[in-house]
Design a protein around this ligand. Structure first.
Ligand SMILES: C[S@@+](CC[C@H](N)C(=O)[O-])C[C@H]1O[C@@H](n2cnc3c(N)ncnc32)[C@H](O)[C@@H]1O
Length: 224
């Protein structure tokens, strides 16, 4: 998976858009992103004693849904944008949020029952390393839920045209939303992603697509 994303540029960009991030996400997804995230987390059988980490957690949406689904689980959120993490801390209670880099995680091998990542991998320069880190920190039989844009079809093409217009109305950071569209265009298709995950040792457990397949969730399992 090739990309030319400079981590410092990405970090600065998310720090800058953090305040409006949730609002614009709702606008450009017509409010569907929350419902999709909820349906994805429901696919996981999180137990009261499960240990879960949400990587690239942003403002904490997935971590919130995990905690709500299983209040007794231990849930952590990691992101390298200080401002996104601060919003997550204000918004979500009962979850430990930490600043951290998804390509160099401060956890021993085989620590987590579930690792989740929503709309994060696409932004990571060394995505291969991040996938290896996910595999390393998962326990055997642990599951990795990955959620991001999916197939490039006519609906996805219309979305690409719509985003710059709407985000321009509500945000003064047009760079961030141009970046969103470019990174989406360059991102692997769900089938290519699954192959990439499998090359690191994962096996596909389930794939679920949303909104004419333009959003896709893959649940990958670590067996060894
Ligand atoms: C598009 S947001 C997604 C936020 C959230 N997961 C969601 O679904 O709304 C991407 C997030 O990934 C974070 N990020 C990008 N690269 C990262 C890295 N190498 N380590 C940790 N976080 C990273 C950004 O700071 C940003 O908060």
């Amino acid at each position: 998976m090739k990309s030319d994303k400079n981590p410092e540029t990405i970090q600065t960009m998310f720090n800058m858009i953090s305040e409006k991030y949730d609002f614009i996400n709702n606008v450009i997804s017509f409010g569907t992103q929350k419902c999709i995230k909820k349906r994805c987390i429901k696919l996981l059988d999180i137990k009261p004693n499960s240990n879960v980490v949400d990587l690239c957690c942003g403002t904490g949406d997935l971590a919130y849904l995990i905690k709500r689904q299983q209040p007794k689980a231990s849930v952590m959120g990691i992101d390298f944008s200080e401002n996104m993490i601060e919003i997550a801390k204000d918004k979500v209670k009962g979850v430990n949020f930490f600043l951290g880099d998804a390509t160099a995680l401060p956890f021993p091998d085989n620590t987590f029952d579930f690792v989740t990542m929503g709309f994060g991998l696409r932004n990571i320069q060394n995505a291969e390393k991040a996938i290896e880190e996910v595999y390393r920190i998962l326990k055997p039989n642990g599951e990795f839920l990955h959620l991001d844009f999916g197939e490039k079809n006519i609906i996805s093409f219309l979305f690409d045209k719509f985003v710059p217009v709407t985000s321009g109305l509500f945000s003064n950071n047009s760079y961030a939303y141009r970046y969103l569209i470019n990174s989406k265009k360059m991102f692997l298709s769900p089938n290519e992603l699954i192959k990439d995950f499998e090359s690191k040792g994962f096996k596909l457990k389930q794939r679920k697509d949303f909104i004419f397949k333009i959003i896709s969730c893959q649940i990958m399992k670590k067996y060894s």
